[in-house]
Ligand binder design. Structure first.
Ligand code: MN
Length: 333
């Protein structure tokens, strides 16, 4: 197993000293149900190849032993495999590979829902960000069937609020949050049991710094709350994360997190599908995840857009494993 350095420099947190005697034991957490681990090997929603290998790289970086060391039992749900772009007709240029992406989302959604019905906490490894249409809607529908709403926190350099009508690229990974909040291709909207799958009033984006021109209008019209990188710089990350958690938790059963590794600066996370300069730091990424763990409101977590082809010695995958551990309760003290 590879050694992963522990993350350094984050504060122990407000309740750090109040461990109530459970010294070495992992922090109690409602998410400490057994973990259902699902890999979604797809890059059809992205503009370049490689993120389909993300789930394997995270496993090589020690994801499973890391979670077991935290006390989690893991149930493997296996891998949902998309066909490669060489063998898949791209179809319409404004939503490339839509039929195949729909099928991958449908299968990912079913596996996620089944696991939750069995009492498991869904942890999803991607894969390009289109997969969230399946997984996040599964978490939403699981709770909807129980009369509950969920929040959604989208940690990403992008807002993923494009639609076929406005997309400059035709890449579906830039449309997934739009679909989840009610606008997009019918083939994807109809996967969820309700439209929108998630009420935009409970949706936050953290770290956005690259939004397409027409996408800005869609963001403004949608009612989601975007903490842009400049707001994060102006007000500080901790305040923004606290507000995002508050908004996603108010009147909901809790929130699902969709964590796109491109939110982190490419200097620290080079192995991502769509690198954008000016991202958050290694320590800030951990702070986000630790705050989510401390909130005790986490309903599901997915880590997406890891691209091993662009990575340097699997360091982005190692960072990703550390972030999952932080989100699931690992802390410095
Ligand atoms: Mn994304």
């Amino acid at each position: 197993m590879t050694h992963r350095p522990d993350h350094a420099g984050t504060s122990p947190g407000p309740e750090g000293a109040a461990g109530s005697g459970a010294a070495a034991a992992p922090r109690a957490d409602p998410a400490r149900a057994p973990v259902a681990l699902l890999s979604v090997s797809i890059d059809l929603g992205a503009g370049r190849r490689g993120v389909d290998m993300g789930p394997s790289a995270l496993r090589i970086a020690g994801l499973v032993p890391g979670l077991e060391a935290l006390g989690y039992r893991i149930r493997e749900l296996g891998t949902v495999n998309a066909s490669g772009p060489e063998l898949t007709p791209p179809g319409e240029s404004k939503a490339r590979y839509l039929p195949e992406i729909r099928e991958i989302c449908r299968r990912s959604r079913e596996l996620t829902l089944e696991a939750m019905e069995d009492g498991l906490f869904p942890l999803v490894l991607g894969g390009d960000h289109s997969l969230s249409v399946g997984t996040a809607s599964a978490v939403a529908d699981f709770h909807r069937r129980r009369g509950e709403k969920i929040g959604l926190i989208w940690v990403d350099a992008h807002t993923d609020m494009n639609t076929p009508a406005i997309t400059p690229s035709g890449n579906v990974h830039g449309m997934s949050l739009s679909v989840l909040t009610g606008e997009g291709p019918e083939a994807l909207l109809e996967l969820a049991e309700a439209v929108p799958a998630v009420d935009p009033a409970h949706v936050c984006v953290i770290g956005a710094r690259e939004v397409d021109p027409n996408e800005r209008e869609a963001v403004r019209a949608s009612g989601i709350r975007v903490f842009t990188m400049s707001e994060v710089d102006e007000r500080g990350l901790a305040v923004c994360v606290d507000e995002a958690i508050e908004r996603a938790s108010r009147g909901t059963a809790g929130f699902h997190v969709s964590f796109d590794l491109d939110v982190i600066d490419p200097m620290e996370a080079p192995g991502v599908g769509t690198p954008v300069p000016g991202g958050i730091s290694y320590r800030e990424a951990h702070l986000i995840c630790e705050k989510m763990a401390r909130s005790r409101k986490l309903l599901g977590f997915e880590l997406v857009e890891l691209n091993p082809v662009l990575d340097l010695g699997n360091r982005t995958a190692q960072l990703g494993v550390g972030l999952v551990e932080s989100a699931l309760g690992k802390s410095i003290l």
